[in-house]
Design a binder for this molecule. Structure first.
Ligand code: AMP
Length: 231
């Protein structure tokens, strides 16, 4: 069975970038609720229509809708059993409890918290640009090679509708209120691994893999033992 973990951290802590790398390293799918909602909005599905205005304002999608989307994805391709990295979910204690009930009698291996000070977050997010096709992340100071065309898939690279300063402040406040308590919740369950997200992406990845492997070896489960690391 592959590793099963959730990644916590403020918007702009580097979760998206790091989750892509961790998903290659541990050979499990990266499941981002934000990416799934943006894809649903883009393709105009029923769920997309329901959540479009909420996402653009920086508010949270109702728990039942998020859980439905996550449950459907975890059932697909046997992900629930084969392992996964959840990014952007859970975002509240209610969601964490819903996830635990969904996975029971199994459980997560770890909750990984990437911590970054809010002052750095604001600088990162206002300059952030993303590929509308594959979700790859760029910055006004780290652009794609050709004029806002994604280096990886050729998709269009744009600023997210919710990366305006007003929406970012709203999301940071929501994080403190809704999501920060999850860190203590997972710590109480002895599932928490906390890592600083300050530094180059490579340095943060190396730090994460060390911390995750050591957290997993506590429960006799390492990605290296079961899947063989890549990348
Ligand atoms: P993200 O890309 O993780 O920042 O998510 C973008 C937006 O999708 C958020 O601002 C929310 O509106 C919505 N969203 C994503 N995940 C969740 C979640 N677990 N609970 C509620 N809303 C979510």
């Amino acid at each position: 069975m592959g590793v099963r973990f959730v990644v916590l951290g403020k918007q702009g802590a580097g979760k998206g970038t790091q989750c892509v790398r961790l998903s290659h390293h541990y050979v499990v799918p990266h499941i981002s609720t934000g990416d799934m909602f943006r894809a649903a909005v883009k393709s105009g599905t029923e769920i997309g229509k329901q959540v479009q205005a909420i996402i653009e304002s920086g508010d949270l999608v109702p728990d039942a809708v998020v859980m439905e989307v996550v449950a459907e994805r975890l059932e697909r391709d046997g992900a629930k059993r084969r392992g996964f990295i959840l990014d952007g979910f859970p975002r509240s204690l209610v969601q964490a409890e819903m996830l635990a009930a969904f996975l029971a009698p199994e459980d997560l291996d770890l909750a990984v918290d990437i911590s970054v000070p809010s002052s750095l977050i604001l600088r990162r997010l206002t300059g952030r640009r993303v590929c509308t096709d594959c979700g790859a992340i760029y910055h006004v100071n780290a652009r794609p090679k050709v004029d806002w065309i994604c280096d990886l898939c050729g998709g269009e690279v744009v600023q997210r509708d919710d990366d305006t300063e007003e929406a970012i402040r709203r999301r940071l406040a929501l994080y403190e209120h809704e999501t920060a308590p999850l860190v203590a919740w997972y710590e109480q369950r002895s599932q928490l691994v906390s890592v600083s997200g300050v530094g180059s992406p490579d340095a943060v990845t190396a730090r994460l893999v060390r911390a995750i492997d050591s957290g997993l070896s506590g429960s006799q489960r390492t990605g290296s033992q079961r899947n063989g690391p890549r990348g």
